[in-house]
Design a binder for this molecule. Structure first.
Ligand SMILES: [Zn+2]
Length: 159
């Protein structure tokens, strides 16, 4: 059995007049994430972890932000495409673990839905997806609410 680990990291700036979409969930908040797509920082980190594990580069390579096609793109669709690309190489997701770093708002209530969205996009059971949220104790850019970051690791298996 071939087992591959991958890592992903992403950051988006918080601005006014943008929706806050994390893990495919629209969270009511006064600020949203800026980006060419829907700027779903968590799904981008997860997508990069999967692409990393499959040695397929990164999402910037597959979905360039200069391409009009991806303007306002639903990152759940991009994640689905990423899983399809990994599947072409014979890999499926064994598990995903991820952390969202944000001072505000509280993510807790939205996490089960985020896990469900990710599991569905990847075609796996929800118990293979774990999402956590933390603050950085008001330190740095996340602490000052200038942006939100996300980390992820993913294990892919080929039988
Ligand atoms: Zn991103």
């Amino acid at each position: 059995m071939d087992i591959r680990v991958g890592h992903g990291y992403d950051v988006h700036r918080l601005v006014e007049n943008r929706k806050l979409i994390i893990g495919g969930v629209e969270i009511p908040w006064e600020l949203g994430l800026l980006g060419h797509s829907d700027a779903d920082v968590l799904l981008h980190a997860i997508s990069d972890a999967i692409l990393g594990a499959a040695a397929l580069g990164d999402i910037g390579r597959h979905f360039p932000d200069t391409d009009e096609k991806y303007k306002g793109a639903d990152s759940l669709m991009l994640l689905k495409e990423v899983c399809a690309k990994a599947a072409e190489k014979g890999y499926r997701v064994s598990n995903i673990d991820a952390t969202v770093i944000a001072q505000k708002p509280k993510m807790k209530d939205y996490i089960p839905k985020m896990c469900e969205n990710v599991a569905k996009a990847c075609g796996v059971d929800t118990d293979r997806v774990n999402i956590k949220a933390t603050t950085e104790e008001k330190l740095g850019f996340t602490g000052r609410q200038e942006g939100i970051s996300a980390h992820s690791v993913c294990l892919l298996i080929k039988e």
